[in-house]
Design a protein. Structure first.
Length: 69
């Protein structure tokens, strides 16, 4: 898996998209992995192979969003 700093991902968004279509890309802030960007095809494959895990992650993200002021 490739990694990019958040600043590089922002400044090179097109490169991020092109890279993520080929393989997942970890985005790091302050040297810590915070998100992974992957192709829509890979996301769909993951949903089909582990629907419960994806739904759980989506619910967790929704809870975090609600907790923010």
């Amino acid at each position: 898996m490739k990694s990019m700093a958040a600043r590089d991902a922002k400044n090179g968004f097109g490169l991020l998209l092109d890279t993520a279509r080929a393989e997942p890309v970890a985005i790091e802030k302050h040297g810590r992995r915070v998100v992974v960007v992957l192709s829509a095809e890979e996301y769909e494959r993951l949903i089909k192979s582990r629907p419960g895990a994806v739904k759980s992650a989506e619910k967790k993200a929704a809870r975090r969003k609600q907790e923010r002021p």
